[in-house]
Design a protein around this ligand. Structure first.
Ligand code: S3P
Length: 219
């Protein structure tokens, strides 16, 4: 992830998509991170989890654990459709059982049923612009959906198609093109907490994820 700190002047740091969030379910993740390939969902998610003092899980890693093959191996042997079926099953299980921060792969909300499930949890969209994507996914390495001649063009097309779906599933959106991982993680936590604080004073911070005693939150 970039270590630049300048923020884009056109975009707000974070925006509330649905200002009156419904309460999250009793079980399941305190925070779900979605967004395009290269947005930093895994690195930011891990940092958010550390700051909140909760466990972190990455959907792709859960899929690999469950299946025993890498993501490119699953795509190569079984094809995208089979991968999506597996992804939807592992996602539904993780949403029901993982009580921490959960980062999803870039295509996980393509399935309407998965998208509706994700939307019922506190979900943050990490958005990046093309120049950040160019820095982060230029080689398409390890990402079968970007395989081919022009990975950036594939990224651009997929991201344009998926943006409305991301926005449907997410309650908050964070511009994550610039800023290092701790800075983006702080903004994720601040966005969720500010919105919750504005609308549900005193009740919802714990629902999103209270810091464990001694957890460093604002460094
Ligand atoms: C995919 C994104 C990948 C991974 C798989 C498919 C996609 O995750 O799930 O290669 O369709 O966008 P990342 O978004 O973490 O790269």
């Amino acid at each position: 992830m970039s270590s630049e700190s300048a923020e884009s002047p056109e975009r707000p740091e974070h925006t509330a998509r649905h200002p009156l969030p419904s309460p999250p379910p009793v079980h399941g993740p305190r925070l779900v991170l979605i967004g395009p390939m290269g947005a930093g969902k895994t690195t930011v998610g891990r940092e958010v989890a550390r700051r909140l003092g909760v466990p972190f899980a990455d959907l792709d890693a859960l899929i690999v654990d469950r299946d025993g093959r890498s993501i490119p191996e699953i795509f190569a042997a079984d094809g995208e459709e089979a991968f999506r079926r597996l992804e939807a099953r592992v996602l539904a299980h993780a949403l029901a059982t993982h009580a921490g921060v959960l980062a999803l792969g870039g295509g996980a909300v393509g399935d309407p049923a998965s998208r509706a499930l994700v939307a019922s949890h506190p979900t943050v969209l990490l958005e990046i612009d093309e120049s950040a994507a160019l820095r982060r996914v230029h080689a398409g390495r390890g990402r079968p959906m970007l395989a081919g001649e022009d990975p950036l063009e594939r990224w651009r097309t997929l991201t344009a198609e998926r943006l409305p779906l991301y926005r449907e599933a997410a309650r908050w959106s964070i511009e994550a093109s610039r800023g290092d991982v701790p800075a983006v993680a702080r903004r994720v936590i601040a966005a969720v907490r500010e919105t919750e604080r504005d609308h549900e004073p005193g009740t919802t911070i714990d629902q999103v994820g209270a810091a464990a005693p001694g957890t460093k939150e604002d460094a």
